[in-house]
Design a protein around this ligand. Structure first.
Ligand code: C5P
Length: 395
């Protein structure tokens, strides 16, 4: 899945007929989780209106270098610092020439000179202009300067010519932009995370569940996305919005959670969900009436999702969580062995459930690491780092 989660992208548009495709590109970048600010040259505005790009990006479009109003809101240096990536699509022959020579005479060229972020351009021009010696020399300079060149494609051109010079399609440009960020510790790996409680139906209106908020699992999903992983979050009912950039699967019961997990292939499996250990043997078809003084419910054991995944073939790197009320390290060590896990994260159930902060001990065969009390977001990032380094040393 395409992920540009939390990435700030300046989408530069120069004057060329392919500028109409920049609207779709902007939409795709945002859909992948990026914040987009659009910068248009004078000529670009002849092809597509700033209003279109403002509506799609949700931000004011920047067109002027010396604009007192714009400088008061987000000046050009601030804008250059804000960007994690500058993507210029389409990039005209004229723009390439200016960029190759370090010119800074309008807002877009100035941003390119002022920014330390990666810069990618998607050239788009007539095939004769593309093959022109000066353009090819500029291209070489840009490549030598570390600028990423996306395309161009070959094919039919707006002017009727056929050849090299078509701008790459928006989907391809969005994918290549995302690939530039795939440098995290989990880059390219599939991670499946379970989170939240499960609900085990007693009858159509009642269920057995627990107090799990899902906060830790959701924080881990965000941290794994930021580390470059492709993340599937299989979640029981929580009050949290699905994190951006994850493949989100909502489930209710333990059996549904197990089925969703088994349907995915994972390089890393992290079981954070507080799965109900038992479910009613038979959920009543109709609402149970209070006609008797006592009521007995027969419960049957739920499958252990984590232990099931840990014995699957091929087997992912398996990480469990153990929320304990006593003998934290000892009980967690037992679970590490019984469930045949690669790592277990143990924490105090009462101090963890529903809270925004937690401390934890990570245990694996032959080692451990203690994490002091900190926000679950912070703790999640530490755990992801540790998983990546343990995985590397065991495989
Ligand atoms: O045995 P216990 O429930 O304490 O183990 C906790 C760990 O096992 C957690 O990682 C939890 O997500 C996982 N688990 C599971 N399926 C169950 C019970 C626990 O995946 N039925």
């Amino acid at each position: 899945m395409l992920s540009l989660n939390n990435k700030n992208i300046i989408l530069g548009i120069t004057g060329g007929i392919a500028a109409y495709k920049s609207a779709e590109l902007c939409r795709l970048l945002i859909k992948a989780g990026a914040q987009v600010r659009v910068v248009m040259t004078q000529a670009a505005q002849e092809f597509i209106t700033p209003l279109t790009m403002q509506s799609l990006s949700g931000n004011r479009v920047h067109t002027q270098l010396l604009d007192t109003e714009a400088e008061a809101a987000m000046g050009h240096i601030e804008l250059a610092r804000w960007a994690d990536l500058i993507l210029v699509a389409p990039a005209s022959a004229n723009f390439m020439a200016q960029l190759a020579h370090g010119e800074a005479h309008d807002l877009l060229t100035t941003l390119c000179v002022a920014s330390r972020s990666p810069l990618a351009i998607a050239p788009a021009m007539n095939q004769a202009m593309w093959s022109n010696t000066a353009t090819q020399q500029n291209l070489q300079t840009l490549q030598q300067n570390g600028i990423h060149i996306f395309g161009p494609d070959a094919g039919a051109q707006a002017c009727g010519d056929i050849g090299l010079g078509r701008m790459q399609e928006p989907q391809q440009l969005a994918e290549q932009s995302a690939a530039l960020f795939e440098t995290g510790v989990l880059a390219g790996l599939n991670v499946v995370i379970t989170a939240g409680p499960t609900r085990e139906a007693v009858d159509p209106v009642r269920f057995i569940s627990n107090h799990s908020s899902g906060k830790m699992g959701y924080a881990l999903a965000r941290a794994a996305v930021d580390a470059g992983a492709k993340v599937t979050l299989v979640s029981g009912p929580t009050n949290l919005p699905p994190p951006a950039g994850v493949d989100f699967i909502a489930v209710e019961s333990a059996l549904q959670m197990l089925a969703a997990c088994e349907a995915r292939t994972a390089d890393i499996f992290i079981g954070v969900a507080a799965v109900a250990d038992y479910r009613p043997a038979q959920a009543a078809q109709q609402k149970i009436k209070k006609s008797h003084e006592t009521l007995s419910l027969e419960l049957v054991r739920n499958p252990d999702i984590l232990a099931t995944i840990a014995t699957s073939n091929p087997r992912p790197f398996c990480v469990g969580f153990a929320a304990e009320t006593e003998n934290l390290a000892h009980n967690a060590q037992q679970k590490l062995q019984n469930k045949k896990l690669d790592m277990i994260i143990a924490n105090d159930a009462e101090a963890t459930f529903g809270h925004d902060h937690a401390s934890a001990i990570a245990l694996w065969m032959g080692g451990e690491e203690t994490f002091t009390q900190q926000s679950k977001e912070q703790l999640a990032r530490c755990i992801i780092e540790l998983i990546a380094s343990r995985m590397q040393s065991t495989r």
